[in-house]
Design a protein around this ligand. Sequence first.
Ligand code: ADP
Ligand code: MG
Length: 328
Amino acid sequence: PRLANQIAAGEVVERPASVLKELVENAIDAGSSRIDIELEAGGSKLIRVRDNGGGIDHDDLGLALSRHATSKIGTLDDLEGVATLGFRGEALAAISAVARLELFSNTSEEHSDGWRAVAEGREMTPRVSPAPHPRGTTVTVRDLFFNTPARRKFQRTEKTEFGHAEEAFRRLALSHHAIDLTLRHNRKVVHQLAAGGDQLAMEKRIGRLLGRGFLDNALHVDVEAGGLHLWGWVGLPTHTRAQADQQYFFVNGRAIRDRLVAHAVRQAYRDVLFHGRHPVFVLYLELDTHSVDVNVHPTKHEVRFRDSRLVHDFLFSSLHRALADVRP
Ligand code: ADP
Ligand code: MG
């Protein structure tokens, strides 16, 4: 099982950014309204995620750290329509196989009697002891890849690793507007984002994460048809400050990379007039969870649409119409 966990770790844990993503997704799934993230040395020395969610019961702590143990999926039907970000039950096990993991948790709002569990590299069963903690969970991951020198060698500079981690943070922050989020690096606050669900609050958050320039010339889109809902912001071509890499697409709250989606957006842009321009966008697609399969790859960056033609045409026509309306 040790080896299996390390192999799984190879797929789930590529670098500090992947640890950040998995831990924050768990905090989101736990219903947190506030999540604080702390990194040291680009995350290779320390990654700490603190949340105020539901916590983990003492009796489930050991299970939470073992492979293929998830509390989120009960039946095959659940797997067909996954609503949580996690469901494979391998992230914590994979991380603890290649780092020193410490976890504090408490499920009670009434008292602060929580639990502490430690698991690192070689040992399979975590050591659990009582420890005070407010309702919620704090996971600390130290010395990533300390026991896998080959992986450690693939890590880049602190700056590069932090860049990837910040990008993972951006994607999570852009898809969970209702959560207070902070990101600290080497004890300095890099992002502090207040929760807010209305358009103004969302635009404020986007401005903070992507720069004011992104919104200065963006078009707000909101189209609903046949069970599909597309909304968000698309940068217009006069927008010279746009960076080519500002392309964010979320399906049911999950950041994804998808060729079909990229193609539909590019087509719409090209068709209208924005020739040679890189489309920039923050777009959200919502559809029935049974119409999309997220269990394609362990990192869940990829999805498979049940009716990909329909999704492609909906994206293309929605964006095409919206962009054509503002054609200068
Ligand atoms: P998954 O998210 O796919 O279920 P993980 O390995 O990421 O698998 O987590 C294992 C289990 O540990 C989760 O199913 C959940 O029950 C519990 N867990 C992990 N992190 C948290 C958290 N921050 N708050 C509450 N429960 C958590
Ligand atoms: Mg998870």
